[in-house]
Ligand binder design. Structure first.
Ligand code: FES
Length: 584
């Protein structure tokens, strides 16, 4: 495991990686070129021009990435125009709404695949085409470890959802509607009818879910051109952005600007600040920590609390607010937000465009103060993530205060414990369950190792009998994540997780849990001796056979806890782009 900065590869005056394969007038050069020519490439495609890989996570099983095949063609136009050779390759695609047990289990597998695909092939730079939640973080992690020039083109958000005359948001309204059905306030027919209105164009979730959070933070970190975070997927200007990215990546190769030049501590800190102002997903925490681990930046959970502590929530978007990504873009998008919090950003941070962040947002303007609020009139004073400590989470836990009920940000109540997700599903709606609105719902077995993969189940639905009585929020605690589209008073990412023997594992029904958000504490109200006694008696559960082999076993054996970004321990650090041996 290495926490050092990624190497820069060969000295700048040595031949390009592609030239080392395609520039040789010998048997090896013949082998590299000849087979490529079966795709109709002429001789001059191998004249020493930069070769640009297009790492594409398009898949029909990842509907959010459905426009990436088309966007890749626009990137290619730009690469050819700038005198490069574009070569597209597929990478494992992770459809958040399709994969079981959870797409997060495979983020690190995709990161590994991206790293080795970039490293193993004769390319000089890469454009990462991603969209759905885990695809972009994985691509950034892999590309950062190789450290060849890289830029991101995201799929972009879907158009606003429409249903019965109003806007509805991806995910956010699924949670609301399904609770309304369980509370008897919405018919199942209306519920099903809203499906097609919610997802009515290509693109990622139209709320400030994880996908739009990550594409926005990618823009804030300088790894994409401006507007990548917010331009709607079907807006022709996103195609133009892809074209311009193709042109720019060729220059980036010539200028030898690499991810390690862009993904500095300043860039990561900018991302944390921006995440607070936009009400971004809690998933940004594990993804930014993992990316930091690849580029040797010692980012910690505490940095998130420290940097977002007094940043107000400025963007009024679901799930924390009212509007959707389309509205956000038309209001001025991310540049307008960054201009409003410019005094909290490192404006000298370089970006892949060649301009500094400050130069990039200099001319930004806001066109709708309802969507992007002025500092004097924020959506909420509370934003970002609060990082909690206490005997229940010795290595931390987080809560998104802007998505929580203010009255629950300080709460103490008796635990109602579910040992795993099956236990929760079997008993949550049992009329005999001893629970009231002051109870604290505790869910175990949903961390990185336990589920496995740390699924988005932390915002567990409330017991039906409480919903019917009008209860709409309760304090919930787990070692899981929650969807970026979700909301509620939900304490997540408890570390160490229960399946690794963290104190969460030994919480029992009726234990009193004390949460004080302002003081950032989360305590299990039992004596030290009693906690020690229970932990000594605790025994790990046997894994299901499917998780005792293959990638899942590798993952469970080596995955880091949430406070370290849930990367595999041996993937932190960098491999670099040097591969000295030939294939024949
Ligand atoms: Fe793919 Fe939301 S489910 S972006």
């Amino acid at each position: 495991m290495s926490d050092s900065k990624p190497p820069r590869g060969a000295p700048p005056d040595s031949p390009r990686r592609s030239t080392r394969s395609y520039g040789k007038l010998d048997r090896d050069g013949f082998i590299h070129r000849s087979w490529m020519k079966n795709q109709g490439l002429p001789d001059h495609a191998f004249d020493g021009r930069p070769v640009i890989g297009l790492c594409n996570t398009w898949s029909e099983l990842t509907p959010c990435n459905g426009n990436l095949r088309e966007l890749a063609d626009y990137v290619k136009r730009g690469v050819w125009e700038a005198g490069g050779l574009p070569l597209e390759f597929p990478a494992m695609s992770l459809g958040e709404t399709q994969m079981r047990p959870t797409a997060m289990l495979f983020r690190n597998l995709l990161a590994m695949e991206v790293e080795e695909s970039i490293r193993g092939n004769p390319i000089d730079g890469v454009v990462l085409l991603g969209g759905c939640d885990k695809t972009t973080p994985a691509q950034l992690m892999g590309a950062a470890s190789v450290n060849l020039p890289a830029m991101v083109v995201s799929a972009g958000p879907m158009l606003n959802g429409k249903y019965q005359g109003r806007d509805i948001g991806s995910g956010t309204d699924v949670w609301k509607f399904s609770e309304a059905v369980r509370a008897g306030q919405m018919s199942i027919d209306d519920f099903i009818a809203s499906e097609s209105g919610m997802s009515r164009s290509r693109g990622v979730c139209n709320t400030m879910g994880t996908a739009s959070t990550v594409s926005s933070l990618t823009e804030a970190m300088g790894m994409s051109l401006p507007w990548n975070g917010t331009l709607p997927a079907v807006d022709a200007r996103r195609q133009a952005l892809a074209h311009l990215t193709g042109r720019r990546i060729v220059e980036l190769v010539k200028e030898d600007i690499r991810p390690s030049d862009i993904l500095t501590r300043a860039a990561l800190e900018n991302a944390i600040v921006v995440n607070a102002a936009i009400g971004g997903s809690t998933n940004a925490v594990v993804h930014l920590l993992a990316i930091a681990g690849r580029v040797g930046v010692d980012l910690t959970l505490e940095d998130f609390d420290r940097l977002s502590r007094d940043i107000p929530l400025l963007v009024d978007l679901m799930p924390s607010g009212r509007f959707l990504m389309e509205d956000f873009h038309y209001a001025g998008g991310l540049p307008a937000v960054m201009k409003r919090i410019a005094h909290r950003l490192t404006l000298e941070a370089p970006t892949v465009s060649g301009a500094t962040l400050g130069e990039q947002i200099d001319k930004a303007a806001c066109y709708n103060d309802e969507v992007i609020r002025p500092l004097s009139h924020p959506v909420s004073e509370h934003s970002g993530v609060w990082v909690l400590k206490g005997n229940l989470c010795p290595r931390g836990a987080i809560i998104k205060p802007s998505a929580a009920s203010p009255e629950l940000l300080e709460h103490s109540g008796r635990a109602v414990v579910f040992e795993d997700i099956e236990d929760y599903k079997a008993r949550v709606d049992d009329p005999a369950l001893e629970v009231d609105e002051n109870s604290v719902l505790v869910l175990k077995g949903c961390g990185p190792k336990g589920y496995p993969g740390m699924p988005e189940v932390g915002n567990m639905a409330l017991p039906k009998k409480l919903l019917e009585r009008g209860v709409r929020d309760m304090l919930r605690i787990s070692d899981a994540r929650m969807s970026g589209t979700a909301f509620g008073s939900v304490i997540l990412h408890v570390a160490p997780e229960s399946s690794a023997g963290g104190p969460l594992a030994v919480v029992q029904d009726g234990d009193v849990i004390e949460f004080n958000g302002r003081q950032r504490t989360l305590q299990l109200d039992i004596s030290e001796q009693e906690l020690a006694r229970r932990l000594e008696q605790w025994q790990a559960r046997q894994l299901a056979p499917a998780y005792q082999r293959g990638y899942a076993k590798l993952y469970i054996d080596t995955v880091l806890q949430a406070d370290q970004g849930v990367d595999l321990d041996f993937l932190r650090g960098a491999s670099g782009d040097q591969v000295d041996r030939e294939s024949h």
